[in-house]
Write a protein that binds this ligand. Sequence first.
Ligand code: AHR
Length: 507
Amino acid sequence: MKSSWPFLVFLFLLSGIQVFSQTAIELSIKDTSGPVISRNVYGHFSEDLGRCIYDGFWTGDRMRMDVVEALRKIKVPVLRWPGGCYADQYHWRDAIGPRDQRKKTVNTTWGMVTEDNSFGTHEFLELCDLLGCQPYIAGNVGTGTPEEMESWLEYLNFDGKSTLADMRRKNGREKPWNVSFWGVGNESWGCGGSMTPEYYAGEYNRYSEFCKNYPGSQLRLIASGANSDDYNWTDKVMKNIVRNRTWGISMHYYTLAGPWEHKGSATQFGEDDYFKAMVSCLKMEEIVSKHSAIMDKYDPKKRMALVVDEWGIWTDAEPGSKPGFLYQQNSLRDALIAGSTLNIFNNHTDRVKMANLAQTVNVLQALVLTDKDKMLLTPTYYIFDMYKVHQDAHSLAVHFTSPQYVHDGQKIAAVNASASRDSSGAIHISFVNIDPSKKITINAALPGIAFSTIHGQILTSSKFNDINTFDQPDKVKTAGFNGAKKTSAGLSVELPPMSVVVVELQK
Ligand code: AHR
């Protein structure tokens, strides 16, 4: 008798490492609209740091239109600038007027490099116009004055006759910009001035007193918020600030957080590091819930926003890159982190009204990397492209018990999800399966949801540290997904290991 072993081995290889084992879970979604997922949850952050602005958005004396075009496609709703830590050393007057006459300063926060200030207020607001997004400016409390903040706002937002408004006109901008999102300092507990929450609250009250609403403009003031799980900061700031002039309070949380500790490589990592990063990423759920609960004490009607204006994975910088420039590559792991974090925000949309991934180009968890005139889109970029359907859609509650992803005796939820219904009635469900070896089948009950067509997109790859490079820019990118089927109860979806899937259901 002929041995069937070669054939069996062939079949095994054919089935591939994608499908080591399978699990099925039950999930249900009811079509009862929750609050709207603010488009601003899909916001970004562009600090004057490393090659984010210079080489990223701005080169020589021009905007990089390749970068702008890529970002227009994902509908960036809001962009934060000039920091970050740099905001508290930024003096706006240094970066207006003829570029060759602008002050040369030193970016002492990031790399001690000379800053020629060729990208300033006008350039940032032109960038926002090109992207079709709202600006979010972080004002300087650390080394600034209330006068400097007050006068910047007059320069930006006053339509009448004044020396500052005339200076704006002379510099090429007739009409005010009506900037609305305004941060009063950044990380005031650390690089923004090493303040206590009580001291910062006093500073916030003094500075914000002079942040005026000029006719036609309505400021949305954002107080400098906590570092990850520093709940005492949120409690004391919420208690002591003038809340009725405050739109939101921020919070920063980075996967593999603690900026100055050893975090590991962005590309050279095994399953131990992968698992550690996922544990760290999923902690966002607890952090957002706890800050939100503290805010409820002072703001039970949830009038104020929790603004997660810095988040993302922070790894060691790429070997050979300039110290202080925070340049890191971006892998499939980072895309799974982005998808999971955005699911958490979608599920907390009653409180999280804005979030800003750090940072758009060439810094930390970037969407775009550049190398001279070349540009590539990272795996994280594709998540924002797939998830843009959730912007301004009504959130829908998703109920399920996730199977566990078990590694070295530790367990975390393998699957996370969120769902929404948009203004056309289409329903979008985003799933992330972080398990590196299990395919997971979702059996979804969808009472009250009628649909006739299903479309889907998937982002996956064979290894969690797969990346896009300038030589191979399309290794990790979105593909059409046909693993979703209509069933008598609703829907079944097959999630490959390490995948992000967005399914669209239409009537
Ligand atoms: O995103 C890099 C830095 O991280 C920001 O400047 C600062 O706010 C945070 O510590």
